[in-house]
Every structure is written in C-alpha cells, then in structure tokens.
Design a protein around this ligand. Structure first.
Ligand SMILES: Nc1ncnc2c1ncn2[C@@H]1O[C@H](COP(=O)(O)OP(=O)(O)OP(=O)(O)O)[C@@H](O)[C@H]1O
Length: 349
C-alpha cells in the first residue's frame, strides 16, 4: 500500500534519514522501533506529509504523493501528548476533522454529531461526549485522540508514541485494544515506539532503525530470534555479548572453540551474542564456560544469575530454573551456550 524509496532528509548538516526503502502492506500494523534520534518520527512525518524529503519518493497505492500536503493524503494521526482541544467538548474534538472540511465535502451537522457519537462508542467512551478533556483520565483522552483520528476515515493511521505518557498498566490495556480495533476496522497503521515490548507485541512487522537507516525489517519473531546485526541483537531483547575470534572456520572464546553457526563471519574478530535463557548449566566439564557468580536475583519463575566469565573481564547474565536452589555468590558454575549468534566486527585478529 505504501512504498518508500530512497528517502533522505537532512536538518542542516545532520542526516536524519539516509536512503530509506520500505514497503508497507495493506492492512498491516507496522512498528518503527529504534533509539532516540534514529529518525523514526522524521520518517513518520514524511509519510504523513508533515515533512518533505530532500530525496526519494513516497507512493500510496502506486500514486506518487511525495509533494502532497497532509490534508490531501487521508491519514489519521495520534501523538504522544494528547493534543486535544481543551476548550472543546470530547464530541467536538472527535468531530473536528469533519467540521473543518471545505463546504461541499462537509457532511451535515446532524450527521457529524452522529458520527462522533458512533466513534465514541467504538472507543468505549459512549455517553462522555459532553465532557471536556480535563474531565477524562489519560487513557480516556488517548482514546478520544484515536476517535478523532478515525473520524476522517483515514486510509492510513499514524501513531507517534501514542501511549508514551501513560502508566504501564493502562498502556498495556490500550495497546491490546488498539490491536483489535486495527483488525476490526481493516486499517493500515504505522506506529513509532522506542519500547521494544510494545513493538514486538503489537506489530505484524517491526522496522528497526538506527542513525537514520533501517537495520532490519521482519516479523517480531524474526527480529527477536534471528537478529541480523549486533545492533538489533543488543537493542531488541536482553542480550549478552562476548568478544570472540574466528579462525579456521570456528569461533574461539580465548583459546576454546565454541560451537556456534558462523553466520557468514570470516576469520577475524567477532562478537558472540546470546540471550540469558539460551544457556544451560553444565558443571565443570570440558566445553563449559567457567562463570563466577556475582549476583542472584529472582525473576519470575527463574533465577537471573549475574557472573563474571573467568579469564576475561566480562559480565554476563543467565537465567536458570528456580526449581533448583539458587547458587551462592562467589561459587563457580559451568555454562554452556546453547544458542548464539555471531556478528563480525570487522577488526583483524
Ligand atoms: N526540525 C528539526 N530540526 C533539526 N533537527 C531535527 C528536526 N527534527 C528532527 N531532528 C533531528 O533528527 C534526528 C532524528 O529525529 P527523529 O525525531 O526522527 O528521531 P526519533 O527516532 O523519532 O527520536 P525520538 O524517539 O527521540 O523521538 C534527531 O537527531 C533530531 O534531533
């Protein structure tokens, strides 16, 4: 539905976007995920028509919209800070987009009122149309903002950290509800977040961005289970990282060979990345990584163990079942890395 090609944008000398290519499918819920300053909002604003690129193009259904202004793109927006009009009732806020349409395109007043009431029902705020924004909770206000965005029947819904200002519980409820609404209404939605949990839970596909470029696009499973770069591996989910050397087609952690798929890495320095739960405890046998326990924490049904890898000055975190007694601080454990990924760092050995 949306095609973005070779999009670049500078602010002064600063390259905020560097040649972005992206396809968004019809009906898709897409997350733009990345650290602060990675260019997520800039990309969203260019897709919306609130900002214009220096190079590249944006197409909606095959039509070039790169030069079109926001009003001509049929997009709905929801931003982090509820930009509701304080002096207007909730119903008037929802009706706003329709009531400011040019004469000729503007529905009759009664129809606008009915549509606002219908949308308030949809976001589960039926009967609250007469209130003012100040008389609502944060979560309710954000739902009003959504109803307002949907009032103009957008072909595309754009959300910029829509739940950023809400507390964790409300945030979770609201995003599940949004996911259902998205499906029910057959919307295509793009949302910006720096919260990986939110992106992984909500999106059909996640676009991971770093410094103005796309690092990886994929399903949440692919992003989490098969990160394609050290950046994605570090940014999404918890990850340990150990310096290794690849020689003769095998990875070595200080002289010991370790069994791990090479991922295309050639001889030289590399980083071994693995999740805390991708290890097993294996005693003192050969092939096990010696770990000195420096901290033990309960995390759900597991022990999160923090330890120093003997021989190198590195701390890692591993999860072991709380069915076993917790190891004491100062004891030594053997650890086998069951699943890991290797990323070439480009340095020579
Ligand atoms: N209007 C502007 N003028 C100058 N620099 C800007 C402007 N808008 C954005 N930038 C810069 O471009 C970079 C990308 O900003 P952008 O808002 O797209 O990042 P982001 O990934 O959405 O970050 P955040 O999560 O903090 O919102 C940042 O370094 C920002 O300072």
């Amino acid at each position: 539905m949306i095609t973005v090609n070779g999009l670049s944008k500078r602010f002064g000398a600063f390259p905020a976007l560097k040649g972005i290519d992206l396809d968004v499918r019809d009906g898709e819920f897409l997350a733009l995920l990345g650290p602060s300053g990675s260019g997520k909002t800039t990309l969203l604003r260019i897709i919306a028509g609130l900002e214009f690129p220096d190079a590249g193009r944006v197409e909606f259904n095959g039509e070039d919209v790169t030069g079109l202004k926001v009003a001509d793109r049929k997009v709905g927006f929801v931003f982090q800070h509820y930009a509701l009009f304080k002096h207007m009732t909730v119903a008037d806020n929802v009706a706003f987009g329709l009531s400011v349409r040019r004469r000729g395109q503007r529905p009759p007043k009664a129809q606008i009122r009915a549509r606002a009431e219908e949308l308030l029902e949809l976001v589960q705020l039926g009967g609250l149309g007469h209130r003012y924004p100040a008389q609502l909770s944060g979560g309710q206000r954000q739902r009003v903002a959504l109803a307002r965005a949907l009032a103009v029947e957008p072909q595309l819904l754009l959300l910029d950290e829509p739940f950023g200002a809400l507390d964790a519980k409300v945030r979770k409820d609201l995003r599940r509800w949004l996911r259902q609404l998205h499906g029910r209404m057959g919307l295509t939605s793009i949302f910006v977040t720096h919260d990986q949990e939110e992106a992984l839970e909500l999106a059909d596909r996640v676009v991971v961005m770093d410094r103005g470029a796309i690092e990886q696009v994929g399903t949440p499973e692919a992003i989490y289970m098969a990160p394609e770069s050290a950046f994605v591996s570090d940014f999404v989910g918890e990850s340990n990282s150990l310096p290794v050397t690849v020689t003769g087609g095998r990875a070595h952690l200080f002289d010991r060979p370790i069994d791990v798929a090479l991922n295309g890495a050639i001889d030289g320095a590399a980083r071994l990345a693995f999740r805390p739960h991708d290890v097993s405890v294996c005693g003192e046998r050969v092939g096990c990584l010696p770990l000195l326990v420096t901290g033990v924490y309960r995390s759900g049904g597991e022990w999160r163990i923090e330890g120093e890898v003997a021989g190198i000055d590195r701390t890692i975190e591993i999860d072991v079942s709380a069915a076993h007694p917790a190891p004491d601080i100062g004891t030594r454990l053997g650890v086998r890395i069951e699943r890991a990924r290797l990323f070439q760092t480009g340095e020579q050995p």
